[in-house]
Ligand binder design. Structure first.
Ligand code: DON
Length: 575
């Protein structure tokens, strides 16, 4: 039996696993990585992915296992009651594909549902309970990944998640603190009380959270595939649960849910070929705009104030366009060619004053403040050269707060990502207009930006949670890789962000030194330096030249416990 050594850390957030030497010798180092690497936000999820690879699976099997485990151990961030995006590189077919498992709006969605009697947006409807939930997409994604891209049956890849759902896992700080902040809403719902108050009181750090109904639901998914969730026993309970709490879902909406395979968005930035998320994510379009604007300068030759000013001005312009033009491409015509064209970027670049901030109010549009930092991302590379970048979410902390009784499925509150009332900010302060108006069957606009970047020397997988700050995390990650930083340094790098409105740069401690802040202020920027940290970037890198794998797992661990969030390395077993 193989033995694996834990070299660093007590968790397994990001780790890389070398294949046996005999196999490594057979393959050309330039074509195949010498092992597999996974980075995720929870040690158990990374381990579940590795189990799939050890069992003979590929990166796509590992993605199924990691995703399902995150749904069990990180219900605050994502789950099978939510959705996500999976960007895949299929090495054998030499093909990239974007699996869109975003939730869809139910038929009962009409604009007035989310307005109070005075016509104002009703945040309770938008963010809590059954009306806030879209039809889940994640279970369909797992089935699709396994059937079309994986080598292992769902029974194998879902087994670790089923076991941990049934036997439980230790509650960590972020879960307990997040629960306390959402408890009033969550405890409205019988199904949620049955899970989180099973021992009579609120979850506490160190206690074990068991989710037997979720284990059963995952088991049915493993046994019956799509029908195990979207038809039959689970579907009936989901429909009953939603109805009981006053919402409206129909059986045919569940049975009719489909993932979409979409062409990823591609662009070139300096030496890097970037493959990233198309609509209904806004991330790829924004990245394309920002990087193409920035390609007019050699950023590394500029001093910090000048570089930051230009990056911020590019962010400001891309986020303005996000608010106005982006939505579900199955429902609205997104002017993709224009927004991602080099010429359009050149026009935006020309509008940037080299040493003066452009007030956001001078660009057309309305205010769009900040999002929070839940959701979760994982990155995988395997020894065949397959890659997965996956970001999945239930939206706000613990989604809608509502578990449909008997299912263990915590429903998302993704409806709030629509522009439920045009021009009115949502929970995160982000707003939109017609392009992102809710319609039955439509997918709500997202900022999730799972991405690949590749140069002649390196292939890198990255992504992050953080609402509208996802896009700028991925952007700063790409710029840091371009500057030659290693993966762990990239994820640890202090961040800054600008999203058009509020018209201010938000910066983590250490992101901008005092002189840079002063210089930016002199250019007319408002700088909110020293804000609480955000994000949770997870990345893996294959260095094709040295044929080594490495990873980076965000050290910020917002509210988390160090032993759950430490990075670890597993080297190859000794011969
Ligand atoms: O899809 C989106 O952009 C959001 N629902 C992601 C939410 C998120 O990252 C949660 N935290 N802020």
């Amino acid at each position: 039996m193989r033995r694996w050594w834990l070299v660093a850390g007590r968790g397994l957030l990001a780790l890389w696993l070398a294949v046996p030497a005999a196999f490594a010798a057979e393959v050309s180092p330039q074509q195949h990585p010498a092992g597999a690497a996974i980075a995720s936000a929870h040690a158990l999820a990374t381990e579940a992915g590795l189990d799939a690879i050890r069992a003979g699976g590929n990166a796509f099997d590992a993605a199924v296992a990691t995703s399902a485990m995150l749904s069990v151990v990180e219900p605050i961030s994502s789950g099978i009651g939510g959705g996500g995006f999976f960007l895949l590189h299929d090495a054998k077919a030499n093909r990239d594909v974007f699996i869109d498992a975003r939730e869809t709006a139910p038929e009962s969605t009409t604009p007035d549902v989310y307005l109070d009697k005075d016509g104002a947006l009703d945040p309770d409807r938008a963010e809590n309970g059954p009306w806030s939930a879209g039809i889940p997409g994640l279970p369909a994604a797992l089935v699709h990944l396994a059937a079309k891209y994986g080598k292992l049956p769902l029974k194998t890849t879902l087994a670790p998640a089923i076991r941990v759902a049934r036997e439980g896992f230790p509650i960590y700080e972020r879960l307990a603190v997040g629960y306390a902040s959402r408890s009033k809403v969550m405890e409205r719902y019988r199904g949620t009380r049955e899970v989180f108050l099973a021992d009579g009181d609120a979850p506490k750090v160190g206690e074990t959270l068991k989710q037997p109904d979720l284990a059963r639901t995952l088991e049915l998914l493993a046994e019956r595939g799509f029908d195990g969730f979207y038809r039959g026993e689970v579907a009936k309970k989901l429909l009953a649960g939603v109805k009981q709490e006053g919402g409206k879902w129909r059986a045919d909406e569940l049975a009719g849910y489909r993932v979409r395979e979409r062409e990823p968005l591609r662009l070139k930035y300096r030496d890097w070929d970037i493959t990233t998320s198309p609509p209904p994510s806004s991330g790829g379009v924004a990245l394309a705009q920002i990087l193409q604007i920035l390609s007019g300068w050699d950023l590394q030759k500029l001093d910090a104030p000048q570089r930051t000013h230009l990056v911020v001005e590019a962010m400001r312009r891309a986020y303005r366009d996000r608010t106005i033009y982006l939505g579900d491409p199955d429902f609205v015509e997104v002017p993709l060619v224009r927004l991602t064209s080099r010429d359009y970027a050149a026009g935006l670049r020309a509008s940037i004053h080299p040493d003066k901030a452009t007030p956001s109010a001078l660009l057309s549009g309305q205010p769009a403040p900040l999002e929070d930092e839940e959701t979760t991302h994982f990155s995988i590379i395997d020894a065949e050269g397959n890659r997965v970048a996956a970001t999945q979410t239930v939206n706000l902390l613990y989604g809608s707060g509502m578990i449909a009784p008997g299912t263990g499925v915590l429903l998302n509150d993704e409806m709030d990502d629509f522009a439920l009332k045009p021009g009115t900010p949502n929970a995160f302060g982000v707003m939109g207009f017609e392009a992102n108006a809710p319609k039955p069957g439509k997918r709500m606009l997202s900022s999730m930006t799972p991405s690949f970047i590749e140069s002649p020397d390196k292939a890198i997988v990255l992504g992050a949670p953080g609402g509208s700050r996802i896009i700028t995390q991925v952007l700063l990650g790409i710029l840091a890789f371009d500057a030659g930083m290693d993966p762990q340094a990239v994820v640890a790098l202090p961040r800054y962000h600008h999203q058009w409105f509020p018209d201010a740069i938000s910066a983590e401690p250490g992101a901008l030194d005092a002189a840079t802040v002063q210089a930016l202020q002199a250019m007319g920027h408002t700088v909110n330096a020293g804000e609480p940290t955000w994000g949770n970037l997870q990345t893996v890198q294959w260095d094709k030249r040295t044929n080594t794998l490495s990873g980076g797992s965000d050290p910020r661990k917002p509210g988390g416990r160090a032993d759950v969030l430490l990075k670890a390395v597993l080297p190859a077993p000794s011969p």
